[in-house]
Ligand binder design. Structure first.
Ligand code: SAH
Length: 395
């Protein structure tokens, strides 16, 4: 195995079991490892530190896997990690209630660059590092053995693969091509998922718990679901007896699927209005029309892709939330989210406080949202935390 020597003074993060080593922290590579090859990281004095995937195309040159020198990192090591991750989702997958979740969440499940989402009997996979790509035959075999899925589809995200010098691919890895409509159930609600064509890997299962928490307030209320996608918050609100729901999303495909999902669940379609439009434009339009709601949900896409984009993103979040607050009846609820990893909860609270000031409103934070247990937060990898939200009572 090839040795990679860490620069003196860069040991702390590795000793704290952070799984990334940036290229700038590497003193020397003793040999020419292939991208994705497993190498041994040693300190400046020559002592063993960890094993990890090497990739000279990535800013994260090493993705650490194991800190015990005596452990052999072979195919079985990867199979064991897959097994452990899948077994730890038992609490999420409840027969007749929820059959969709994230089974493997990359670094947070000790498998850097591997994401696996379950959609009933189908799996959608993202392969984001060259190291994981090399191990895919064993990983696919293990997934087949454990879960016997009808299909395993690679839905790898283009931009992340680019960082590792990998080409984009959307291909069937095992079984047949997933059908255009896969029916899944989450919180007892049925959804049609288009794995191959839908956004992300088809569905935003990270909001499962939060949809339920918000919907608990929806009985008899008028709800505005902004950035609705295929209706996560809309459908949970209807299930809990909302008087009306207005869903807004710029994607026509998402809105069409939302409408199908309303019918699929036999909810009263008369209670649902859908608007395929830009949320910012639509919120201004509602304001001009004098529309008011009891609950406003704001679940925008990632505004801050990196720390350097945070200032600009903060202004966008502030403006969006200001508009949302202005549409609430007195004492109404704003459920607002940020899935930008660069935005932490403290900053997000500050942004909401600014929005309240600008809107001339007073806000109580009555609940803090986070990502669910199938998107675990590994204590040595704070970068894995990305989803946060606040339930605000607005006066
Ligand atoms: N709330 C959803 C997930 C939202 S994901 C759920 O529970 O499943 C973000 C959504 O925002 C996507 O559906 C995307 O189509 C939509 N979107 C992105 N930019 C938008 C914009 N400017 N206006 C309206 N919708 C937008």
């Amino acid at each position: 195995m090839i040795d990679v020597i860490l620069k003196k003074g860069k040991e702390k993060a590795v000793l704290h079991r952070h799984p990334w080593v940036f290229s700038g922290a590497i003193e020397k590579v003793k040999g020419k490892p292939e991208n994705g090859e497993i190498v041994k990281l040693i300190d400046a004095k020559g002592a063993f530190m960890a094993y990890g995937f090497y990739n000279d195309q990535s800013r994260v040159a090493l993705r650490l896997l194991e800190w015990d020198e005596n452990v052999v990192i072979d195919e079985q090591w990867f199979r064991n990690k897959v097994k452990e991750a899948v077994a730890s989702r038992d609490n999420v997958l409840i027969a007749g209630v929820t059959n969709t979740c994230r089974l493997i969440f990359s670094e947070s499940d000790y498998l850097p660059g591997l994401i696996v989402d379950k959609y009933a009997d189908h799996l959608a996979v993202q392969v984001l590092t060259s190291g994981i790509e090399k191990m895919m035959p064993a990983i696919i075999d293990e997934l087949n053995t454990l879960l016997k899925p009808l299909s395993i589809f690679d839905k790898s995200d283009a931009s992340s693969r680019g960082h590792e010098g990998l080409e984009t691919q959307n291909i069937v890895l095992a079984g047949s091509h997933p059908p255009a409509r896969v029916e899944v159930i989450e919180n007892g609600i049925v959804y049609n998922i288009n794995i191959a064509e839908g956004q992300k890997s088809g569905f935003y299962c990270d909001q499962r718990d939060n949809r339920k928490i918000v919907a608990a307030y929806a009985k008899g209320k008028n709800v505005l679901d902004c950035f609705s996608y295929t209706g996560g918050f809309t459908l949970n609100s209807l299930q809990n007896g909302a008087a009306s729901v207005t869903a807004v999303d710029s994607s026509v495909l998402a809105i069409d699927t939302l409408k199908e999902n309303v019918l699929l669940n036999k909810f009263d379609a008369g209670k649902v209005s859908t608007i395929a439009s830009d949320v910012n434009k639509q919120l201004r339009k509602f304001r001009e029309e004098g529309a008011f709601f009891d609950i406003v949900v704001l679940d925008p896409p990632k505004y801050a892709p990196s720390r350097s984009a945070l200032d600009k993103a903060s202004r966008a979040y502030k403006d969006l939330n200001r508009l949302g607050m202005l549409l609430l009846n007195k004492g109404g609820l704003l459920a607002t989210y940020s899935c930008s990893g660069a935005m932490n909860m403290e900053t997000f609270k500050q942004v909401i406080a600014w929005a309240a000031l600008d809107a001339g409103k007073q806000v109580q934070f009555i609940h803090q949202f986070c990502q669910p247990e199938d998107h675990p937060l590994r204590s040595s990898f704070p970068e894995g935390e990305y989803l946060k939200g606040l339930l605000c009572r607005v006066f």
